[in-house]
Design a protein around this ligand. Structure first.
Ligand SMILES: Cc1ncc(COP(=O)(O)O)c(C=O)c1O
Length: 446
């Protein structure tokens, strides 16, 4: 028996869906509470002014991640006793089945998974790739080795995802591909992106590192583009401590991508594969996932849907309640999309509608015990590597206007709240109380 807090946390959370219940029911229940108590809330003293904080304490397991248990411990121990690479193929088979996709390759991390898909695109030197400015550098910096040119594009400030309208403005005769990123688990407008790509003959590779199991129009994120890469790093929705995986629709993409980082696999390709002859040398990368990571990922995959569903339901309870407050909104999710959560719950404050500045509100919420910060993402184009000639055969294209409008708005308005990964009904209620209390007393914030 294992009674570690980790294992308890997981069981507790997995027990919960029934308790979390239907969003409609919970939403209306919260609304009723809010309506009946607004006068009382006004009489409460804000913690920032010496009152008692609304959030009493954060249980240690509230944001615990990753959540591993006995099965992981047992299978990793067995691997240590009998070292083997077998868990890699087992994980890849499980992933193929789960996502119903023909070709996958596990990698040592998301960066290598994405870089090998970009290599598989086989674009001519100087090809431009549209990437959101509001993103991570991981798959973007390696473009310099491939002689690709990142072109930084604005995001929709309500979703924080790449803005298709802005993509249109940044097109050039050299544009060849687009790399959408599903920021914090919110699906990009993949239907619009695919239409746009088709119209202009562009390839699409999805960076699905925050969005394992998310869907748009009932299609898994990662299955829209020609290829996709996922990080399996420790904070991600499917955590293997360190790891990655790439998905392919076409066997030649798979073979080329696999040959980028696996010296020992070309011999497994069909006789007519143009990549078979590179058995042994491959193309210079060695990007194999560690079998321990493959074991962790494979076990986590079994509960991915369940964890996503319960996590989303719990955050919906919180967000449905607090977004009734003026000027507070969550990352926008289309009605035909199913988001997942990655690491944090990002929201936005419209200062005018809320009646106080973001910083004053965050300060007051913090005093109430809320784990909240003003969210500020460093825009990719501002990193020195993208403007120094010596690193690039073809220079990246930086936004001419400086800071793109959507990125600026996202950084000006966003706040970051925790993603509760285990069942926390009391904490959710206390968070709702904290927000309602601060909003009821917003006139007292200087
Ligand atoms: C959006 C995004 N893409 C790619 C990566 C790279 O993944 P990894 O850290 O596994 O190499 C990350 C990692 O944080 C990420 O957030």
């Amino acid at each position: 028996m294992n009674n570690t807090p980790k294992e308890n946390g997981r069981r507790e959370f997995l027990k919960t869906t029934a308790a979390v219940g239907s969003a409609v029911y919970l939403g209306s229940q919260v609304k009723a509470t809010a309506q009946t108590s607004s006068e009382t809330l006004k009489k409460e003293t804000l913690a920032i002014n010496g009152g008692s904080p609304a959030v009493k304490s954060h249980p240690a397991n509230a944001t615990q991640w990753p959540i591993y248990g006995d099965e992981e411990i047992q299978l990793v121990s067995e691997l240590i006793k009998n070292p083997s690479y077998a868990p890699i193929a087992e994980f890849e088979e499980a992933w193929k089945k789960h996502f119903d996709c023909p070709f996958v390759k596990a990698h040592c991390n998301g960066t290598s998974a994405l870089t090998s898909t970009l290599f598989a695109l086989d674009l001519p030197p100087g090809s431009e790739v549209l990437v959101p400015d509001y993103s991570t550098w991981f798959p973007v910096v390696p473009m310099r080795f491939l002689k690709y040119v990142p072109v930084f594009v604005d995001v929709n400030p309500k979703t924080m995802n790449i803005d298709v309208e802005d993509c249109k403005k940044r097109l050039s005769p050299k544009t060849r591909a687009i790399l959408p990123v599903h920021w914090y688990g919110v699906p990009c407008d993949m239907d619009l992106i695919m239409d746009f790509a088709k119209e202009h003959g562009l390839e699409v590779v999805e960076d699905a590192s925050h969005a394992h199991g998310a869907k748009l129009k009932d299609i898994y994120i990662g299955k829209w583009g020609r290829m996709a890469g996922f990080s399996l790093q420790t904070t991600k929705p499917l955590p293997a401590i360190e790891g990655g995986i790439a998905m392919y629709k076409d066997i030649r993409d798979y073979e080329r991508s696999v040959t980028f980082g696996n010296y020992d696999l070309p011999r497994t390709f069909p006789e007519d594969s143009p990549y078979r002859k590179y058995q042994g040398t491959a193309f210079g990368g060695k990007l194999r996932i560690h079998p321990i990571a493959a074991i962790l990922a494979n076990i986590q995959l079994k509960t991915l849907t369940e964890k996503n569903t319960k996590g989303v339901a719990q955050m919906k309870k919180l967000n449905d309640a607090i977004t009734q407050l003026p000027g507070l909104s969550a990352q926008y999710v289309r009605p035909d999309a199913e988001r997942v959560y990655y690491s944090r719950n990002l929201m936005f404050i419209d200062e005018k509608k809320a009646g106080a500045s973001r910083s004053a509100i965050v300060k007051a919420l913090k005093a109430e015990g809320v784990d909240v910060t003003e969210y500020q993402w460093t825009l990719l184009h501002t990193y020195p590597i993208f403007s120094e000639n010596k690193w690039w055969d073809y220079m990246p294209v930086l936004p001419k206007e400086g800071t793109p409008k959507g990125c600026e708005e996202a950084n000006r308005t966003a706040i970051s709240l925790p993603y509760f990964t285990t069942e926390q009904p009391e904490l959710v209620e206390q968070y709702i109380h904290a927000f309602q209390k601060v909003w009821a007393n917003i006139d007292k914030l200087s």
